[in-house]
Design a protein around this ligand. Structure first.
Ligand code: ADP
Ligand code: MG
Length: 568
């Protein structure tokens, strides 16, 4: 561009995003952001038009998690930005980077009821790490740079930039705009060696040590370092749901099957990129020992000593901290023949046997375990598993293996339903561009699928070969079969009689593929399920496999009542 040429605000936005390394924009266009979408494509930023801003926001944050650099979500003023709040909150709670770019109403009409006028910055502030609005067109790049940088520096999270419609169409001389350069990748800090030595001494003194690996370790790309450290220490490893795969689920070190026991009995826990929130039962009794000593490894100082006081707080980047820890630890190795290892292996075998029983019960309609068992063994390691739902997600997590990091995306810390299709769309694009041949398997409860079901059209439009498996029990938590349901609602006011957890029995979700000129299948028998998943993974096309299971099927009986409390 000639320095004397004029450039519109919306072009400043996309040029700036390009400079800042933003490769994808997910959004829904309308006034005043249509031009941003068009201009983005003109300069080679991939634009993905979604059907709801919420799903677009989920997609953008999945790119942030998978790549360590934010993608953008683009939304129109007022309702568009407000639809993104659930997405922003989900990104914030999961510590995933993304930026939201929201159009807003004309500044000159503020306060007199402009089209879609709303205090957008105030509305999104608590759901973001940073939000800003440039004061004039030439300051757009500065704000965007701050948003991109803030989203990935320190604890990652979402940022918002508000762009009034009049500013987007204003022109300035190209030479008057300073395009802030790409910020370098986040600095990787190390804790002091003194603290690292304390951690090592504590681990050495442990009789029942445990290493918990969270999604912060996956995000921090620390798999090589953690695989080396855990192998050498020979300490049992418990991954959190999205921490799965940092250490392969197939590794002998992973004792997920003895989760309750290790949490209850561990005396020293090295907590790597995971928070002691509800997912880890706050690190407190009765789920944890009251005398447990915790070594926390996290990038975020404010996270230290949360819920319980940690014995050692290692504030630093997981990748470099783990590498340093491995050097400092010398040749200490926890004994394979320790009573702890012997007990844990025994517990894993016992728990494995009770799951096996449920898997083998092939009475149709199937229970969850038997349904998963038809395809869990045949999924290639390279497959990205996206999952949401209640039982579908919880049981699926134990039945579907992850041997590679960042290959599981689910409802996460915030327990958000509706993330699945947005995550799957972003993951399929990521795989297409960075990991060719890897497939996306999106395992959805029927209720969870409903939240963003119309994104099927997006999947078809962009030709993304996502295999959607719906584990259909006709309800939230559980439902009813056709006969029982019609009995329940007959001769009554249906809004009084239909249980709040029920959905219509036997919905043929697979037919949504017909709607976009593709095909889906429904199945309920073991062999049908096996064949359907095998065939779907063999061809490079999107499909829906609607697996009708027993509407009354539930979870395996849990040792403790509180294990299921949050689930119903
Ligand atoms: P999980 O849900 O798997 O338990 P959480 O989301 O609760 O994981 O915790 C992830 C933690 O990882 C957060 O506290 C976050 O600050 C931290 N984190 C993220 N990236 C890094 C990194 N590169 N180095 C260290 N800690 C990180
Ligand atoms: Mg259901």
């Amino acid at each position: 561009m000639d320095p004397e040429d004029e450039i519109e605000g919306f072009r400043v936005v996309v040029e700036s995003l390009k400079n800042l390394g933003v490769k994808y924009i997910f959004g829904v266009v309308g006034i005043p952001v249509v031009e941003i979408g068009v201009a983005a494509q003109q300069i080679g930023i991939q634009y993905v038009g979604m059907r709801n801003e919420q799903a677009a926001c989920y997609a953008a944050q999945a790119i942030g998690y998978l790549t360590g650099w934010p993608a953008a979500c683009l939304a129109v003023s007022g309702p568009g930005v407000l639809h993104c709040i659930a997405g922003l909150a989900n990104a914030k709670e999961n510590c995933w980077p993304m930026i939201l770019i929201g159009g807003s109403s004309e500044t000159r009409q503020e306060g007199v009821g402009a089209f879609q006028e709303w205090p957008q910055i105030e509305s999104v502030r608590v759901s973001t790490k940073y939000c800003g609005r440039p004061a004039q067109v030439d300051l757009i790049p500065r704000q965007l740079e701050r948003a991109v940088r803030t989203s990935v520096y320190g604890r990652p999270g979402p940022c918002y930039i508000d762009l009034p419609g009049d500013m987007l169409n204003m022109r300035v001389k190209y030479k008057d705009v300073y395009f802030n350069p790409l910020p370098p990748p986040p600095p990787k800090m190390l804790p002091e060696d003194r603290n690292m030595m304390e951690a090592i001494e504590l681990l050495k003194s442990a009789k029942r040590p445990l290493i918990i690996i969270g999604k912060g370790a996956a995000y921090g790309r620390a798999e090589m370092e953690l695989r080396a450290l855990t192998r050498e220490l020979n300490i049992p490893v418990l991954p959190t749901p999205m921490g799965k795969g940092v250490i392969p689920d197939d590794s002998d070190l992973v004792i997920s099957a003895a989760r309750s026991k290790v949490l209850e009995e561990a005396d020293v826990v090295l907590l790597v990129g995971a928070r002691l929130n509800w997912m880890l039962h706050f690190g407190t009794p009765p789920r944890w020992s009251s005398t447990v000593k915790v070594i926390q490894m996290d990038i975020c100082a404010e996270e230290m000593h949360n819920s319980i006081h940690s014995s050692v707080a290692l504030q630093g980047d997981i990748q470099v901290t783990t590498a340093r820890l491995n050097i400092l630890k010398g040749n200490f190795k926890f004994s394979n023949s320790s009573p702890w290892w012997i007990e844990l292996r025994k517990k894993c075998r016992e728990n494995g046997a009770s799951t096996h029983e449920l898997c083998m019960d092939e009475t149709v309609p199937l229970n969850y375990y038997a349904a998963f068992n038809q395809f869990s063994q045949t999924i290639p390691d390279s497959t990205y598993i996206v999952s949401e739902g209640a039982n579908t997600m919880d049981i699926g997590r134990t039945m579907l293996k992850n041997n590679l990091p960042r290959h599981r995306l689910d409802a996460g810390t915030f327990g958000t339903m509706g993330v699945g299709l947005g995550f799957a769309i972003a993951t399929a694009l990521y795989a297409r561009d960075n990991d060719p041949g890897a497939r996306v398997l999106c395992v959805e409860g029927d209720s969870a699928f409903g939240f963003s079901g119309m994104e099927i059209e997006t999947i078809a439009r962009y030709n993304l070969p996502i295999v959607i498996v719906i584990i259909n029990n006709s309800g939230i938590y559980s439902g009813f079969d056709k006969e029982l349901y019609s009995e329940l609602v007959s001769d009554e006011n249906i809004c009084i009689a239909s249980p709040p957890t029920s959905l219509l029995p036997g919905v043929q979700y697979e037919k949504m593929m017909d709607m976009v000129g593709m095909t889906g299948v429904t199945c309920s028998k073991p062999q049908e399920i096996k064949t359907a998943v095998k065939n779907a993974l063999a061809v490079n096309r999107a499909t829906i496999i609607n697996i009708m299971i027993n509407p009354m099927a539930g979870r395996k009986a849990q040792q403790h009542e509180w294990l299921t409390k949050s689930k119903l």
